[in-house]
Design a protein around this ligand. Structure first.
Ligand code: HEC
Length: 611
């Protein structure tokens, strides 16, 4: 047996010439093994390769208009590759099999109803619920999970992106960079890179990008300087570019766009830098702006009466996390961030609409249907840019959301009316509850920031934050990574300046007090805590959750592990010592019949599968 294996191994390594190895690495994904044609590229064996002298040039330039990316190889390996191409034989019949080349998809229908095993949007589906119907990896076998591949983005900062997988290709991003890689082995197909913008402030300057949107043959990515780009999904070639706003006015962009109502919906960042917030929609084929919704109304517009003073001009309410889309009600549900200056509300007396809210917009026109504000007149930087999840449960169309301010909210999605709100953390001092009639918080004045500093809870990082949440329809449980922590908040006078933050104060740790992270499962029917998993770590990791039909909740553990818990009981079933300070949310997909779970980890993407 061993002898046979040795012979087979020797034969296999003898069979793979360096040129063939290069071909199978870079080309056969599209052109099939031996160049006989595949789903994404034609057979090339019948193109008189033996006579041609332009092959190295062809490979280096690619045929971007037709779906072949340029592939850079040094002279020696290129020589090997060209030699191998010249050795390719046509098929036995003398003709290459006809193959249908598919580089298109997903359609609008497929974005709303993802084909099995795909993950075509930031959250995997437009509802915002990171619950996957895949169950190959489950409670029984989770212990057998092991890394399947790893892909590193050279020089990338800690990645915050969620990969997208569609039709056998994965798309991942770093700031101003997009990569198409194979979801079965992480090998690169193409890359798009442009330099980061200099002289910026805030999140975009620190190097954050959370991913792409995809529609038919186009990918959409926002750049650090608030441009929206469309790339060709087969080659990474730039198709169009739209400037959303001037980055010198402290505008940036960090989130993955969303396809809704046939348009590309894109948010902006700069929500601690005094950028006046808006949400935009663009025509996917031309890049022409279809509408804009200002999240801070101008004087005279509805809602402007909630900003007494001049601070609305740099009022923030940024739209820096991907929203969700409800096709049944034709609604976009988009979260908004804090008002500015963050800790000083003296120049913005009133509720400060539409900061810290969910805005429900018509995707075609951008018209406001309703809104709900979680923290009126916020003074603690409690952006509501946590997932806005649509859940149909108990015969009701609900919007489910755990807010940075410490309350778990269930709203009626048809009207924006509160169904109930309950605290999901114990350390919560700014309000005693949410009034069920008005839907407004019952505030405690002692939590308001002062020049001397005021201790208030939750902490400035929030009871939770932008990383993903999930709802499992089978368990009826909502899963959220939560933080028990407080902060000392102080206020200062604030003056807006380009290239600077606009906090109007600062925050300090509470001496001799430490935070603690818990993965919590909340019963959606009652708002009661069903289980929690306490994490022993530094309490400053930002890992999201993914729930699956396999009865598992995957999450970035605060101790640096990537882990899976039993969705019903919260028992820890598996963990992998990735040693990461998590800043990302996991996803899952199928290649052929194999299920993978992938997550960004540092400057890498790691995919796990059963051994
Ligand atoms: C992402 C898919 C993709 C990859 C990867 C790819 N190609 Fe192509 N290639 C195509 C498509 C699509 C065409 C057909 C273009 C057209 O319609 O003319 C093509 C055409 C060709 C042709 C025929 C061009 C001609 O002028 O006759 C050759 C030869 C070729 N590719 C070689 C390669 C080699 C070698 C590699 C790897 C180094 C490679 N391709 C990688 C998609 C790909």
């Amino acid at each position: 047996m061993l002898a046979i294996l040795v012979i087979l191994f020797a034969a296999a390594s003898w069979a793979q010439s360096p040129g063939e190895a290069l071909f199978s690495r870079h080309c056969s994904f599209c052109h099939g093994a031996n160049g006989r044609g595949g789903e994404r590229g034609p057979a090339i064996t019948d193109r008189n390769l033996r006579q041609r002298t332009d092959l190295a040039d062809l490979v280096r330039k690619g045929i971007p208009d037709k779906g072949m990316p340029p592939i850079a190889l040094a002279d020696a390996p290129m020589g090997d590759l060209v030699a191998y191409m010249k050795s390719l034989e046509p098929t036995a019949s003398g003709r290459a099999p006809a193959t249908e080349i598919r580089i298109n998809g997903p359609s609008l229908e497929q974005i709303v109803k993802p084909p099995e095993g795909s993950w075509p949007t930031y959250h995997g589906n437009v509802s915002g619920n990171r619950h996957s119907p895949l169950n190959q990896i489950n409670e029984q076998n989770a212990g057998r999970l092991a890394p399947a591949w790893l892909y590193s983005i050279p020089g990338a900062p800690r990645l915050q992106m969620t990969p997208i997988v569609f039709d056998g290709v994965m798309y991942v991003t770093a700031p101003n960079e997009a990569y198409a890689i194979r979801p079965d082995n992480g090998r690169e197909i193409w890359r798009f890179r442009r330099p980061r913008t200099k002289g910026m402030a805030g999140d975009a300057a620190s190097g954050i990008n959370r991913g792409v949107a995809i529609l038919e043959h186009r990918l959409f990515i926002a750049t650090d300087n608030a441009h929206l780009l469309a790339l060709d999904r087969a080659t990474g070639r730039l198709l169009w570019e739209a400037e959303m706003a001037d980055h010198r006015e402290n505008y940036g962009a960090t989130s993955a766009p969303l396809i809704a109502g046939g348009l590309v919906i894109a948010g902006m960042s700069g929500g601690d830098e005094g950028a006046r917030g808006f949400l935009d929609a663009y025509d996917p084929s031309t890049g022409k702006r279809a509408w804009r919704f200002w999240t801070v109304p101008a004087p005279g517009e509805p809602g402007s009466e909630t900003w007494k003073g001049d601070d609305w001009k740099h009022g923030c309410a940024a739209t820096w996390l991907t929203g969700s889309y409800d096709p049944s009600l034709e609604l976009i549900l988009w979260p908004t961030g804090n008002p500015c200056p963050d800790y000083n509300g003296d120049g913005r007396l009133g509720d400060n609409l539409y900061a810290n809210s969910v805005i429900a917009l018509d995707p075609k026109s951008g018209k406001l249907r309703w809104h709900y504000q979680f923290t009126p007149h916020d003074l603690w930087d409690w952006d509501s840019t946590e997932t806005m999840m649509s859940v149909d449960h108990g015969g009701k169309k609900l919007l489910v959301h755990a807010d940075r301010n410490g309350f778990f909210y269930v709203l009626d999605r048809t009207s924006g009316k509160l169904v109930y709100a309950k605290p999901f953390v114990k350390r919560l001092t700014w309000a005693s509850g949410i009034d069920p009639k008005s839907g407004r918080p019952i505030r405690k004045p002692e939590a308001v920031p002062t020049p001397e500093g005021t201790k208030a809870c939750p902490a400035v990082e929030g009871a939770t934050n932008w990383f993903s949440t999930a709802f499992h329809p089978g368990t009826g449980l909502y899963y959220v990574q939560s933080l028990e922590k407080c902060t000392i908040y102080s206020k200062r006078p604030a003056e807006w300046k380009p290239g600077e933050s606009h906090y109007g104060g600062d925050t300090k740790r509470v001496p001799n007090e430490r935070g603690r992270k818990y993965l919590r499962a909340i019963d959606l029917a009652t708002g009661e805590l069903r289980w929690e998993l306490e994490q022993d770590g530094p309490a400053n990791t930002w890992g999201g959750v993914l729930s699956t039909e396999g009865g598992l909740v995957f999450f970035g553990h605060d101790n640096g592990d990537f882990a899976a818990a039993d969705a019903r009981s919260g028992k820890l079933l598996w963990s992998f010592p990735a040693n990461q300070g998590w800043k990302s949310s996991p996803m899952t997909y199928l290649v052929g019949s194999r299920q993978y779970v992938a997550t960004a980890a540092g400057s890498n993407i790691i995919a796990f599968a059963l051994k």
